[in-house]
Ligand binder design. Sequence first.
Ligand code: ADE
Ligand code: ZN
Length: 329
Amino acid sequence: MSSVPILPTAELHVHIEGTLEPELALRLAVRNRTPLRSTELDDLRRAYSFRDLQSFLDLYYELMAVLQRPEDFVDLADAYLARAAAQGVRHAEVFVDPQAHLARGVPLEVVMEGLGEAFARAEERHGMSARLIACFLRDRDPDEAEALLPRLLPYRGLVIGVGLDSAEVGFPPERFERVFARAADEGLHRVAHAGEEGPPAYVRSALDRLGVERVDHGNRSLEDRDLVARLREEQLPLTVCPLSNVALRTVARLEDHPLPAMLAHGLLATVNSDDPAYFGGYLHDNVTAVTRALGLTAEQRRRLAENSFRASFLPEEVKSRHLDAVAAA
Ligand code: ADE
Ligand code: ZN
């Protein structure tokens, strides 16, 4: 089968902890003497089969235990950046879950020092730029998110925004209204996972109550015609993750994925990898998979690459340079 050409792209929905490949998890477990459920790669791989978002999150939080020291976060980010760059990613806005690390006794400084070091040399090493979006865990108390926000402010420059992730259903966005308002006052960008498993009302709440500038996933928006019209009119970006949706069974088969419908509705959809070490591929693996399953045209792939830069938080002049590179590719 002929290969799908790689285009310069921005990745806007990838969790750094979700780039922890099982091989690296085992290596870090040895280095840090962290007990894991198994020391065998094949055994560990058998756990990578999910029923839904929660069954994935259980493994995702479990394996994070190996991330203990700044050098662990450097190795994690270096591996992601190298793989992403090889798949055409020229700019990445990467999620991190600070509360998941704080809750297991790893200081914020350790996380930021490690990721900051890898990101700072991404341009020179990998020919790409990278910034962080710190996510609040929506299944924890909003007070905890409010306590975290001021601790993120010293890392401005590296941390360009806040997000909302983890278990969705039962944890609607409006619980986080106050902390998102404070983040806005601080000039931080705002995004939220919504409409992955949760209903269209959660997407509306993310827009109206949190003031998000992008919606992460947003698939279930398609169930609400008025919401679709609003997303189109306001060109509010959706960061769509096709392989993730199949792995977590929010979409039965890639052939049923709503991406073509999103594009047909004129929505600013982008393709992303979410948790590539868990869901079977990095950014271009997602593009290739949807191209094969859904027959995406070269024009649609170009549109997706353009959308990714338009939806990014890059300055306008930098966006223009990237858009020129897509046009020239
Ligand atoms: N954290 C990591 N991946 C996630 C996803 N796909 N949805 C919600 N929270 C997450
Ligand atoms: Zn996600």
